[in-house]
Design a protein around this ligand. Structure first.
Ligand code: 5GP
Length: 183
């Protein structure tokens, strides 16, 4: 069986990555990797569905035991991708999507040069701000930090081959399907 692809999807907080991934995985050839994080769960987030929520000590044990393909710190919390799930699913022929930030994405690119690297852009910074405010999951201080971080993240775009402006969800999802088909 042909091994599944590895697809890295990055983009600033509020660019709509989660919604786009939710659409992509409606296709049974695709699945999304669930990350481990030391961030606290937001309202409605479920263990094993949105994230595996870990203490800092538990997260460090995952690193020490070599259980993560990559990890990074983002605004004071650790986030990382468990290796086993990704390998198992790819060996089953599934295309695995990693929805991760730019530092971890760079590490994936170094380890797996055949990964498809996609950067999702918001139509503008003001739209990004409106989306972050509209979803109501972060405090004004956290929104400010996420917007600052968005600007830093843009300096990493040289590590990506594909850029998609997420203006209209259907168009974005179709564009990403076409990118993956074309690889
Ligand atoms: P959030 O707190 O909004 O869920 O995620 C913050 C950032 O961490 C987002 O850019 C998200 O894509 C990224 N992220 C989530 N999981 C991982 C992971 O396993 N590794 C890395 N490097 N970043 C992740």
């Amino acid at each position: 069986m042909k091994k599944g692809s590895l697809i890295v999807l990055s983009g600033p907080s509020g660019s709509g990555k989660g919604t786009v991934v939710g659409e992509l995985v409606k296709n049974s050839d695709f699945c999304v990797s669930v990350s481990a994080t030391t961030r606290s769960p937001r309202d409605g987030e479920k263990e094993g569905v949105n994230y595996f929520f870990k203490t800092k000590e538990e997260f460090i044990a995952l690193i020490d035991n070599n259980e993560l393909i990559e990890y990074a710190e983002y605004l004071g919390n650790f986030y990382g991708t468990p290796s086993k799930f990704v390998e198992d699913k790819r060996n089953e022929g599934k295309n695995v999507i990693l929805e991760i930030e730019v530092v971890g994405a760079k590490n994936i690119k170094d380890k797996c040069p055949d990964a498809t690297m996609i950067f999702l852009l918001p139509p503008s910074m003001s739209v990004l701000k409106e989306r972050l405010q509209g979803r109501g999951t972060e405090s004004p201080e956290q929104i400010k930090n996420r917007l600052e971080r968005a600007k830093e993240e843009l300096t990493y775009i040289g590590n990506y081959e594909h850029f998609v402006v997420n203006d209209d969800l259907n168009t974005t999802v179709n564009t990403i399907f076409n990118i993956i088909k074309g690889e």
